[in-house]
Design a protein around this ligand. Structure first.
Ligand code: NAD
Length: 419
């Protein structure tokens, strides 16, 4: 019988290992093994053809020990409670690692967005926001964009919440349009952060950063901004994929031309792009491309034990959440492939989300240069803390990052008098 993949079990395995290495008893961190709150909602929507469809939505609030819950909203046909729980727990650890005053949460709606009109998408978002109203708010739980959600959707969510709240409440979500209180630099923050983490790992490993050959899976919010910034820094993007397929060019793809092509029309994909000498491959083969550095920046579970033995890259920087299974992680460790873990590598988004929230509370907006400088400071600090912990404990970079995070949450819980 095929074992069903359960992302939350994988998170628990890492948590238990990190707690064990920290010398914690289960009683010290038992509250982290279960989310504090799990909510399932049903969203009835009148579709464009007059029929009524009911969509399932979720919100999981994993840990509120260090501050209000924080985490994105995902719209995808595969969204399920186990996955949302895993993503919520990872948010708790991510916020603790970069030392933001937040706990972790995640939400999602089970829906195939490619089958929706814009009106239907808006109706689902407003219905979801209305049902979440009692459990979210600027001091309670602050959603943000994730897979298939964007600034426009955050604007609708904020409007629905504000209507129920009787006043404009921009601080209820981050990742909003700039005109509605969004922060400069937020849209590219996760991808910019991925670039910074590639730079830092190259320094640590004494590998060249400029001219390094990089393969990137996913060309959305994270992957698109990551290739833009890496290309700007002189890295060569030798392979790139999205859900429609992959493209590669040994001397490096023309990233400016590709991003410009994709942005010209909504719905454009890499399969529509062409250029002399381009090699095409199925999207699941991106992780096997010949490159120095691999950046999974699409969905979870992309690097499994089947593909891990064949990965050619020496370094993996996890732009996506949960792209590497535990079994694959063990294989990569044995093979000496260094993995920069997701809770560090993609923490640029949550960091600038935090800046956005601070700006909303202060009714003050920062220059983009200030946002980018502070982002770099926070991420490089977190990189150093996780790296130093991993070296001190002779363990993986992932374990070093989790140890820093778990220790912070457990210490805060103790200081609050919580068991
Ligand atoms: N948006 C953020 O700020 C943010 C922050 C931290 C982590 N993340 C994580 O990064 C990942 C990507 O999120 P995003 O916001 O860029 O999503 P997105 O919806 O903007 O883009 C997803 C991209 O992945 C591609 N894709 C989907 N399935 C694929 C497949 N099987 N093979 C190759 N490509 C595939 C899509 O075509 C698209 O290019 C997710 O794991 C998300 O949780 C996002």
């Amino acid at each position: 019988m095929i074992k069903k993949f359960k992302p939350y079990d994988e998170v628990l395995e890492i948590l238990d290992q990190a707690a064990n290495m920290l010398g914690l008893e289960e009683i010290d961190y038992i509250r982290l093994r279960n989310p504090e709150r799990e909510l399932k909602v049903f969203i009835p929507v009148e579709m464009d053809d007059g029929s009524i469809e009911v969509f399932q939505g979720y919100r999981v609030q994993h840990s509120g020990v260090r501050g209000p819950y924080k985490g994105g909203i995902r719209y995808h046909q595969d969204v399920n409670m186990n996955e949302v729980k895993a993503l919520a727990a990872e948010m708790s650890f991510k916020c603790a690692l970069v030392n933001l005053p937040y706990g972790g949460a995640k939400g999602g709606v089970k829906v195939d967005v490619s089958k929706l009109s814009k009106r239907e998408l808006e109706k689902i978002t407003r219905g979801y926001a209305t049902l979440l109203y009692p459990v979210v708010g600027p001091d309670i739980d602050i959603p943000a964009p994730d897979v298939n959600t964007n600034a426009e959707i955050m604007g609708w969510f904020m409007d629905a919440y504000s209507t129920l709240n009787g006043k404009l409440t921009p601080g209820v979500v981050t990742g909003k349009p700039i005109e509605l209180g969004g922060s400069l630099g937020r849209d590219e923050a996760t991808g910019r952060g991925v670039m910074l983490m590639v730079r830092e790992i190259c320094k640590r490993l004494d590998m060249p950063f400029e001219g390094s050959r990089i393969a990137v899976q996913g060309c959305g919010n994270v992957g698109g901004a990551a290739v833009k910034h890496l290309h700007k820094q002189g890295c060569k993007i030798v392979a790139l994929s999205d859900v429609s397929g992959g493209i590669s060019l040994a001397n490096g793809l023309d990233i400016d031309e590709i991003l410009d092509f994709l942005s010209q029309e909504e719905g454009r994909q890499l399969k529509d792009y062409d250029s002399p000498g381009l090699v095409r491959f199925p999207c699941n083969e991106l992780v096997l491309q010949d490159a120095d550095i691999l950046i999974p920046a699409a969905m979870g579970n992309a690097i499994t034990s089947e593909v891990a033995p064949h990965i050619k890259a020496k370094v993996i920087v996890e732009g996506a959440n949960g792209p590497t299974t535990r079994d694959a992680d063990r294989i990569l460790w044995e093979r000496g492939v260094l993995v920069v873990p997701d809770i560090l590598a993609n923490s640029g988004g949550i960091t600038v989300s935090y800046f956005e929230w601070v700006q909303n509370i202060q009714s003050y907006s920062w220059e983009e240069q200030v946002v980018n400088q502070r982002l770099e400071y926070i991420m490089v600090r977190a990189f150093d803390e996780a790296w130093n912990c991993a070296v001190r404990m002779d363990t993986s970079f992932r374990m070093g990052a989790y140890m820093v995070a778990v220790k912070r949450i457990v210490t805060a819980a103790k200081m609050r008098g919580l068991s």
